[in-house]
Every structure is written in C-alpha cells, then in structure tokens.
Write a protein of this length. Sequence first.
Length: 623
Amino acid sequence: MTQKYFHMLFLYLGRMNAFLAAALLGFLVLLINLDIVSRTLFDGSLPGVTEIIALAIPVLVFLALPYQVSGGLLIRNNYFLRKGGGNSALELFSNVVSMAISVGISIATMPLLLSAIDSGEFFGTPDVFTISVWPLRLAILFGSLLVAILFAYKVVEDWRWSLVSSQTAVTLSVFIISIGISYNIAGSNTEIGSVSIVLLLWLLITGVPVAFSLLCTGVVGLSFMKHDLGIGVDVLGMVSASAVSSYVFAAVPLFVLMGLIVASANIGRDSLRVAYWFVGFLKGGLGIATVGANTIFAAITGISIASAAIFSKVAAPELIARGFTPKFALGLVAGSSVLGMLIPPSILLIIYGIIAEVSINKLFVAAVIPGLLLAFLLCLVVVLCVTLNLRFAVTDRYHLTEELPVISISEILRVGPPIFLLVACIVGGIYGGIFTPTEAGAVGSALSCVIALSLGRIKVKKLIELVFSAASTTSSLLFMIIGASAFGLMLTLSGIPEALGQVAQVTGLGLTTYVCLYFLIVVFLGTILDSTSILLVMVPIGLPVVHAMGGDLIWFGIVTVIGVEVGLLTPPLGLSIYAIKASIDDDSISLGDIFRGASPFAMLTFLVCLLLIFNPNLCLFLL
C-alpha cells in the first residue's frame, strides 16, 4: 500500500512539473511577441530575451520529462514489443537502461548545481544582462531524479508481475555479453565507435526510448574510448545543461503549439473547403483539393502526423463517398501528409538545421520548389487515376463531375481569411526576413490562438490543455536532441566520419553515389524507426563526409528529410499510416490496405528525391 501511495505522489509531482513547463511555454510565447512589438514600435529589443529563452528551454524539457515517462509517452520503437504481446524481458531491459541513464544525469548534475550556487555562475553578458544558472541545474537534477524513481518503480513492477520469456532473456543476455566482448576486443576508437553504432541500432529496435538509447550509446562509447566511466557520466551532465540551451531551439515548442491549436480549431477542414472551391471543377477535384489542403495546412503547422490524422477524418470520408476506393483515399491522405515535413515551416527541417548548424531560413527556402513539385505530382497522379478510371483508385460509383455541396462566396470569405492570414504571417514573415523561425513560431502561436478563440473553435480550458500537450511533446523531442548530442560527441571522437570519407576517396565514390547510398539507408531505417530518430542517428554520420566531399549541406538536408518522408509511408513502422489507422473508425480497412494505397505516393516521393540528388539546383535555385 505504501508503495502505491509513493507512486501516486510521484505521478502527481510529474503532472505538476508538466504544468509548470506549460506555464513556462506560455511565458515564452508572450515574451517573444512583446520583444517583437518593442522592436517594431520602440526601435529596441527587450533586454535579456535571448538569454532567458536559451536558459528556459532545458528547464522546460526536464520539467515535463517525468510526465512523459509516467504516461509511457517517450518516443520509442514498439514494433517488437507489440509483436511479442508486450515482451517482459524487453520492457524490463528498457526500463533498467533508462533508469541507469537518469541516475547518471542526476549524479553528474549535483556537483554542477553546488558549484553554480557557490560561484554565482551566470549566463549572459556582464553589464548588459545576466541570469543565474543554478535554477537550470536544479530543474535538471529534480527532473532526472523523478524520472529515475519512476523508472525504478517500473523495474520493480516488471520484476514482480511479469513472466519473462526464457528465450528472450537468453537472447538478451547473449547479445549483451557479445557487445561487452566486442568493446573489450575493439582496439581503436573507430572500432569502439562501430560497436557503439551496432549497440544503438539494437537498443532502438528492441524498444529502449530513443533519447535513452542515444545517451546510453554515447556514454558507453566515450567511457571505453577514454577508459574512464566517470568521463561518460560527466558528459551526461554537460549535454543535459547545454545541448538545447539556445534561442533557436525555442522554435520547436512554438511550432508544435501552433500546430496543435490549428488542428483543434478545425482549420484543416477549412483549408479543404477553400482548396475545393478553387479546384473542384477539375477531374479528380476533391483529390486535388486534398493535396492542396494538405499543402496549405503544412505551411501553417509543419507536422505531417497532424495532417494525416486530421485529413483521414475530414477528407477521406468525402473521397470514399464520391467513389474513390478506401485504400486510395487513405493512401492519398498519407502521401500528401508528408508535405508537412517539407513545406516550410517543417519541424524536421528545424531539427536538421540545429544538428547540422546551418541556416534554418535557407532550409525553408530550399524546400519550396521540392515541396511544390511533389504536391504537383501528387495532383497529377490523382488526375491520371481518375482519367484512366483505374480500379485501384475509383469504383463504379465514381463520377467525373463530383457532386459536392456548393460552397458559397460568403462561406469562403468567412473561413478563408484566417487561413491566408496565418500563411502570410508565418511564411511571408520568414521569407521576407521579418521574423526569425523562432519569432515566426511565437507569432503564429499567438495568432492561431486569437483566431481559434475569436471563431469559438476552442475554449480557454482547451487552450490550456493544448499548451500542456505542446510542452510535454516538446520535452520528448528536445530530450532526444540532448541524447543526439552525446552520441555526436562519441562519433566525433571515434573518427568514423573521417574514416568513411577516406573509404569514399579510396573506392572512388563520388558525392552523388555516396548520397544515393545514404538515401537508401535512410529509407531502409524508415521501415523500423521514426523520422526524428533517423535524423538524430544518420545526420552526424553522413554529414561530415558530404561536407568533406564538397556537398552543399542545405541540399543534403532536403534529401535527408525527403528520405525520412518515404519512411513515414513504408511498413512496418510508417508513422503516417499508423496515425491514419488510429484516426479512422472502420475495422474493415486494415493497415495493409492503407500501406498499399500509399505505395504509389511513397514511390513518387522516392523518385522526386532521386531527381534532387542528381539535380541539386532544384533545391538551391532560390538561394
């Protein structure tokens, strides 16, 4: 009974922490908008905005992290856990690894906290603006301790109530022993790094949360390279405090918040109606409108999973009712939803820009032509399928002149302006150099909030829930970047990127051939890993080689993101497909049906990427 009460207490603390993180996110939105107003009206920015935001981001991450852990919401690969009916050995192993890393973060942070208090350590510029860093250290310590306790509780529960499969337990033991032997046999840092990459892929595949997989690999690899576990643990404290402590990282929670508000306000439905009003007279007009609406929605949110979930409810029923086959209708929704990862603003492009340390604005500009090209080709596929009356796409009920209720001019004038205002503000502000991506996210969040409330689409209570959800989601995303930072340090010390570059030179691999091979690996990983994980694993490996071979890192980023997009549509883990399946209330449509329906669009996206690989100017033309 006492154990139960303790567990409830820690769950309560986790939720309270998450509410503090949500309040902090709301404060950041307000602060950035006030800074923009001050700069515009009074010709001067508010002091300390950059420093406050940089310090607030890791605080937000570790405040919300315990809630994500308690709810089992950390991003991970559940494929083998699902196939094994929730395999106890894998779950137990995952929780032990995560608990150990959390304890390591706590151990590494404690002396940093005491030092910050004793020395009065601050962040900022003296005589301009400074802020003490001890609250950051305290938030990291408290959050990591709470996470460690929650995982410890999960370990105890797994041990007490789960019957561990002997076969799986033996397999785990053999692999762990093999990895240990491999580390001890490995002589050079490059060999240790290679073993670490194998370890990382195995951790990811077996269901260890992505962030903890990256952190574990980084710590273990660095410890073996330096022959000192203490150095690996110290790295945990360093990356936890500094990896996401930058103004640019605020773009992630701000765009996530804006996407959630826009999705809840039914702006996806409005964008479909507006798009249909423009193209409804064409053959396959409703299908074209679905692609167009996804393009508009992507330009507002940048979140493909949100597009997939929304348009599977909004567009798919209408498409099916007008004679499109269910698998084609849902495949079209899935295929067009990946535009959210390409049409700016894109969360994946932001994450790539942060990892690669390249201009996010330039990435957004470079993505315009590929995004519009892909949207055009998706529309062309719809027109061809309808014109040729392909049984894969349309049924006997389909009519070339689709009969949808006529949308009046007054209705378009009512729902259209908010959409165009959001697109103009966000896209125009970024491309026009008025806003940085972070500022555009803050303005978009505030504007979408005003629009949603003024139209009566959401209530204040719902808005608070959305801010809470955005803070929690952001915690998972940015914690993975913290993990990627540790993994990146290990890779740098291993010398693997340099070794790959030397191999490419010796074998005579050109840049194009190398990027093609890299693209195929990214697509393959998309069958087993989620999109963010692929970026965090592959970019640190592939990017240094491309840079050494003279490749453009902006172009490489677009190719990488499109490769990830293909993975969103491929089995067994295509997340867009799973989002659609979870959104529809129809057991007669299987996951296999949706995957088959999406296959032409996945192939089309694949071909577009090959075109970009062989013609980089399609990306770089506008730069």
